[in-house]
Design a protein around this ligand. Structure first.
Ligand code: HEM
Length: 390
């Protein structure tokens, strides 16, 4: 296995990680990413296989669980109940409760609301040059997920702030200050939800919080702490990646001179998700000794799955480095696969397929102002802002 050196905070890599992925993929199915001290793969077949292999999982093996420093306890106390960090049977119970409330009916019913909201946000665009990420990309997903859960929309600025601070914990270059901000945001988020859920117990509506409260009150199914964590997970996961998919997608469409209409929306959105996804790496633990494509993993080994690299594997796509919205739709890695496949994929797709054609129809002269810059936030991959002129 080859060892490769690449700082995830190097400015060239942050702006364009794809040349490194290319080198890495050519090194073989697996390589050692020295800067992370981690075996990684950007090979499509290996990424797909490991996502689906139950001998790998997200939950840290008990004997390897790190000691949590005191100052981080509030953050990890919330993480401890997150389905994203658990394996069956707890994962199954938490995920099935969310899926029961997250029905296709409820998601599809949001379509007209997403369209109205897109129009309202566009109506409110400032004149001249403005940041499309702040005025559109960030607003739409956070308002929609707040409505779906049943959290007041007036909270959307706080939700955005808390969520941004919390996801800092997963970024390269995390500092003590990042941790302090994340813990403060966690405490504020938990305090808000504890109070809000209490108030909502006597105020049932047709929303997800009502459904989750009912599951909690039905007994063994969900504890209050699990309910709070599930709401935080949905609120955070429910917009971070969608915000940046809107940003990366609009940037790519404008840079490559493509349009997106209702008729082409589905294929174009899949190509946006494949070509420049918002989340680039997820890890798995090996739970036993396993061989994958010639590489031997031992129990307790970790592996990094490079989704954005897998999405450009020439073994899977013709001319993978080209943005081609007309290419046949095939599965990509951007929502993961297997047990932890993104719960919100249907909602994210609906938001993108609905809002982007409205944006392009309403602003046919939309142009980039300057070159958009990606933030130093690996393994996330999103723009700091997206300056445009209508
Ligand atoms: C374009 C937008 C999105 C992208 C690219 C994305 C990507 C992902 C990926 C890659 C995973 C799997 C992580 C892993 O296997 O380790 C995941 C899981 C998850 N996502 Fe998303 N997501 C998006 C939008 C959403 C939305 C809108 C929601 C909620 C409404 C959501 C909720 C979740 C949850 C709850 C999980 C954990 C599932 C589990 O552990 O079983 N995501 N997402």
């Amino acid at each position: 296995m080859e060892t490769l050196h690449q700082s995830p905070t190097d400015p060239g890599f942050v702006q364009n990680p794809y040349p490194f992925y290319e080198t890495a993929r050519k090194a073989g199915p697996f390589f050692h990413w020295a800067d992370y001290g981690l075996t990684c793969t950007g090979n499509w077949a290996a990424v797909s296989a490991i996502f689906r292999d139950r001998r790998f999982g997200r939950e840290v093996p008990a004997e390897l669980a790190p000691a949590i420093p005191d100052h981080l306890r509030p953050f990890y106390a919330v993480e401890a109940h997150s389905m994203l960090e658990l394996e069956p049977p707890r994962h199954t119970r938490l995920r099935s409760l969310v899926l029961r409330a997250f029905t296709t009916r409820r998601i599809n019913a949001l379509q007209p609301e997403i369209a109205v909201l897109a129009h309202q946000l566009i109506d409110a665009f400032p004149a001249g040059e403005f940041d499309l990420l702040a005025h559109f990309g960030q607003r739409l997903p956070v308002i929609i997920i707040a409505r779906l859960l049943g959290v007041p929309e007036t909270m959307s600025h706080d939700l955005l702030r808390w969520s941004n601070a919390m996801v800092g914990m997963y970024m390269a270059g995390r500092t003590r200050e990042t941790e302090t901000r994340a813990v403060a945001a966690t405490k504020a988020f938990v305090a808000f939800l504890r109070g809000y859920i209490d108030a909502r117990r006597h105020d049932p509506r047709d929303d997800l919080i009502t459904e989750l409260i009912a599951a909690e009150e039905a007994g063994e199914k969900l504890t209050t702490d699990e309910l709070i964590t599930t709401c935080i997970l949905l609120l955070n996961a429910g917009h971070e990646a969608t915000v940046h998919t809107i940003g990366n997608g609009v940037k790519t469409l404008l840079q490559t001179g493509h349009d997106i209409s209702e008729a082409t929306a589905e294929a174009t959105v899949e190509e946006i998700l494949r070509f420049d996804p918002a989340l680039h790496m997820f890890t798995r633990w090996a739970y036993e000794d396993i061989e994958v494509m010639g590489h031997r993993f031992q129990r307790g080994d970790q592996v990094g799955l490079l989704l954005a690299a897998a999405n450009r594997d020439p073994g899977q796509w013709d001319a993978p480095g080209k943005f081609q919205p007309g290419r046949p739709i095939k599965p990509h890695a951007s929502f993961g696969a297997g047990l932890h496949f993104c719960v919100g994929a249907p909602l994210a797709r609906l938001e993108l397929v609905t809002a982007l054609p409205i944006l392009f129809a309403r602003l046919p002269g939309l142009k980039l102002v300057g070159k958009p810059q990606y933030g130093d936030v690996y393994h996330f991959h999103g723009l700091t802002r997206l300056m445009v002129r209508a």
